[in-house]
Ligand binder design. Structure first.
Ligand code: GPU
Length: 843
């Protein structure tokens, strides 16, 4: 029976359970209260860090009230819920975002000012939560914001890495150095340890089929590790809905192994406890690459097993039969990293719930949804069969069983087509055999999608072509990525946000959630006074960036120049090399100009930022040139160019170290033009392209990923496109291999640039040789094919910038037409067309 509630006097409870007061004096009271109690500090010597912590704890109180209320409603009403499984959540900072979503920023700013602090200084104390590598992890963070903002019952599940993405340092020679990111060192106020929410996760051991006429098996032995929940509050914008991001931490099942301890093996006992904790110790810093490391596979299973156990327990509380699981639960797989959830759910349904195979498979294939984020072959996950057999013996059996039944059904549809069976098998033949995770994710899911129109078409016609032919096209779709306009406009560009509200004559609470309203800015492109305000805000954002660089790096930046920005992970396919070679071309051209010619040139400042994969895992390979060399080249070109009195007023170059979400928030609003220049067909979507355009920066790019859809929205006259198109890429690569043309003939301008680098114009000539040779020979990413049109596009940018009035019009029109790229739109497409979930208001 249920206990009587409230236990004591109802009136007392109800009064105490009101929402917190949010007038300024209650805010200062709560702040000081946290200083004295939670932090146990003396108010008289409180520093900025302490003030940040007190402010965060005070804001958190508000979030927790909403978060509790939201959970209660979900439990009471038991709606269908969606779960977003992602190995990465690149959250960045939380305080500013929470204040804005709660609508409390002005009041807190007022309160802390009365106490002698500045809001800006306080916000700047927060460390980024950088539990991700790049676009894939940041997308997950935007999707959580949009889910909460639209009152959708969506939870995230991930890992609580002790160390996030490494901190990047750049040595004076231009080498990337990596330092650990101990982001949890100063207590994290945004998480709530849930030591009572814990599950046991097994590894290794043996799996024995019962062979009793059922498909059941018993998996026993091996190692058991504990998964403990840490909950992160995800506030919606102007709504009480506050969702949850549950991150798992690994712990040894007992503090240490008592048996070894008693046997006098203290070291062994401690080691076993270390190995359990190791699972969630560090985020793998490799983006778009896989290398069969056992610890990474352990992370993937640990996380999917704990998340599924938690989801199933919650489902069981509703009291419905297990066959109704897909009516209450949708699980989105963010890339193939959580694909083990498919055999894991099969295992639970068969071995623990005693379901027949067909029923279990029916449940599984109605529960999961799989998003693919790349078609680059080297990025498609494959796990060696021997490793899986060793670590997860029962799952390997289940994968074999899935494969057998699947191939039998393929054989029925395409009798005798053995090539097809080989192509479609979940097991790739070879030494060792490997499990193709994208295939397993596809056949185990209700729907499969790519992240932009072009990319989704490529998924359907290349890597999953056979699967489309077998299962029908309707299972394969597209959901074009989006970004949250809260962080990527209102928070990072408050002046522009305020101008938009004033101009549209509507509160930002409205247009931030209905972003297509920005279209109403279009007529103001013709209004000179509006254009002046627009341009002045861009200018102040450039000064804000320059100030940031001055304070952090001690460098003085020319804010009367065009700001040209490329910021993203370093990757061959993203072609930062093309950009730096273009910069060198510009430098050489300027060096040859007369004083009179130079007068007509508009000054330009080029910014790069981004991390390269650490060297350790390729260190032993016969050095394919890696992106670290590109960083080194950028830094050394910067050293030469920025010091050259002939050119430095017209061209300068900066590599900003340690790119992060919070650095992006300063860079993006300051950009006049940004570069998204991947070889056509290689960038699945890109999302920073959307952020720049939303902030009125123009786009220079290839006809790739979401660039295409951005151009469709803003109009081709407002973007600068160049380069070969996707259908030409394969032919060009074929030419490179079988009919190579020397680069001097094919692209003399590029050959000249390469020769200058080789000749030592920027020092270290031999260091760059392997990098330059990838262009001279093979040139897989087609720099030599696209260089001339790239240079032409850069010239068109220069030309367009000379007519500043026209440029500002383009900038306004670009922002005005970016409504489609709100992550609210994207997440609603998932909610309606995939997950079948609905908003639920929390009042
Ligand atoms: N992406 Br696969 C990553 O950031 N990391 C990865 O390992 C893989 C994909 C990116 C895509 O490169 C980018 O084009 C896309 O916008 C983003 O995922 C989100 O879908």
């Amino acid at each position: 029976g249920k206990e009587k509630w409230p236990r004591g006097e109802e009136k007392v409870w109800k009064e105490a359970m009101r929402d917190l007061d949010t007038d300024v004096s209650s805010i200062t009271k709560s702040f000081v209260n946290h200083v004295q109690t939670s932090l146990a500090r003396q108010p008289y010597n409180l520093d900025n860090l302490g003030a940040y912590q007190a402010a965060a704890l005070s804001v958190r109180d508000n979030l927790l009230v909403n978060w509790n209320e939201t959970s209660l409603q979900y439990t009471r009403k038991a709606p269908k819920r969606a779960y977003y499984l992602s190995l990465e959540f690149l959250m960045g900072r939380t305080l500013d975002n929470a204040l804005l979503n709660l609508g409390l920023k002005d009041k807190y700013a007022d309160g802390v000012e009365q106490l002698g602090f500045s809001m800006e200084d306080i916000l700047d104390q927060e460390r980024d939560a950088a539990l991700g590598n790049g676009g894939l992890g940041r997308l997950a963070a935007c999707y959580l914001d949009s889910s909460a903002s639209q009152e959708l019952p969506v939870w995230g599940y991930g890992l609580r890495y002790k160390y996030g993405i490494f901190q990047q340092l750049i040595s004076p020679e231009g080498n990337q150095l990596e330092a650990p990111d101990p982001w949890l060192d100063n207590q994290n106020p945004w998480e709530l340890p849930r030591l009572d929410v814990a599950y046991q996760v097994r590894f290794y051991g043996h799996a024995d089929r019962l062979n009793d006429g059922t498909p059941r098996a018993v998996w026993a032995g091996g190692q058991e590790v504990l998964a403990v929940a840490y909950d992160v509050m995800i506030p919606g914008c102007y709504t009480k809905t506050t969702n949850n991001l549950r991150l798992w931490e690994s712990k040894p099942k007992r503090g240490f192994d008592l048996n070894s301890f008693n046997a006098g093996n203290y070291e062994g006992a401690v080691e076993s406890s270390n190995s359990a904790a190791a699972i969630t110790s560090v985020l793998y810093p490799n983006d778009h690459t896989t290398f069969g490391k056992e610890l990474r596979l352990k992370q993937q299973y640990f996380w999917t097993a704990a998340s599924l156990a938690d989801i199933i327990r919650r489902f069981k509380n509703i009291g419905k039969p297990i066959t109704e699981f897909p009516d209450y639960v949708a699980i989105q797989l963010n890339d193939t990293h959580p694909t083990l959830a498919i055999p894991e759910l099969m295992r639970i349904l068969i071995d623990e719930e005693d379901q027949p195979w067909a029923t279990a498979w029916q449940i599984v294939t109605n529960t999961f949804f799989y998003t693919n984020h790349t078609v680059l072959p080297e990025a498609l996950e494959k796990w060696p069969v021997p490793l899986l057999e060793h670590l997860l013996p029962r799952h390997m059996q289940i994968i074999y069983d899935i494969n057998l039944l699947f191939l039998q059904s393929v054989e029925r549809k395409f009798p005798g087509d053995r090539d097809r069976l080989g192509r479609m098998s979940l097991i790739e033949e070879g030494f060792p055999k490997q499990v193709r995770m994208a295939f397993l994710a596809s056949i185990g899911s209700r729907k499969v999608n790519g992240v932009a129109e072009l990319h989704s078409d490529l998924v359907k016609t290349t890597i999953l072509k056979d699967f489309v032919e077998f299962e029908g096209i309707s299972k394969f779709g597209n959901v074009t990525n989006g970004i949250t306009p809260r962080r990527w406009l209102d928070q990072c560009n408050p002046e522009l946000s305020a101008l938009i509200s004033r101009t549209l004559k509507v509160d930002k609470a409205v247009w931030l959630k209905e972003l297509t309203r920005l279209e109403q800015l279009l007529p103001f492109a013709e209004d000179a006074a509006f254009r002046a305000e627009w341009a002045a805000i861009k200018q102040r954002n450039k000064e804000r960036l320059a100030h940031h660089v001055q304070v952090t790096l001690g460098l003085t930046i020319n804010t009367n120049a065009m700001f040209d920005v490329q910021i993203k992970r370093l990757h061959e396919y993203k072609r930062q090399t093309l950009n730096i070679l273009g910069v060198i071309h510009r430098y050489l051209t300027l060096k040859n100009m007369s004083a009179a010619e130079k007068k007509k040139v508009n000054p330009r400042v080029v910014f790069f930022a981004g991390k390269a994969a650490p060297a350790y895992y390729i260190a032993k390979l016969p050095s394919p040139p890696n992106h670290r060399q590109t960083i080194r080249l950028i830094v050394n070109v910067a050293r030469v160019i920025n010091a050259d009195p002939d050119t430095k007023d017209l061209l300068s170059l900066y590599f900003l170290p340690d790119y992060s979400v919070s650095l992006a928030e300063v860079l993006i609003p300051a950009s006049d033009i940004s570069q998204h220049i991947s070889t056509a067909g290689t960038e699945a979507s890109g999302t920073s392209n959307m952020k720049f355009c939303l902030n009125g920066g123009l786009l220079l790019g290839t006809v790739d990923g979401a660039n295409i859809e951005i151009a469709e929205e803003v109009g081709e006259s407002n973007v600068f496109f160049f380069g070969h198109l996707t259908p030409a890429v394969e032919d060009l690569r074929y030419q490179h291999t079988y009919h190579p043309v020397p680069i001097e003939e094919k692209c003399p301008a590029l050959a000249h640039v390469l020769n200058q680098v080789s000749a030592g114009l920027f020092g270290d000539a031999d260091v760059y040789e392997p990098l330059l040779n990838t262009i001279r020979q093979g040139d897989h990413y087609l720099l030599s094919d696209d260089f001339d049109s790239y240079i032409a596009a850069l010239a068109m940018v220069d030309e367009a910038y000379l007519d500043r009035t026209e440029w500002v019009k383009k900038s306004i029109r670009t922002t005005a037409k970016m409504g489609k790229f709100s992550s609210d739109r994207a997440i609603m497409e998932y909610a309606e067309s995939y997950w079948n979930i609905e908003p639920l208001s929390v009042v």
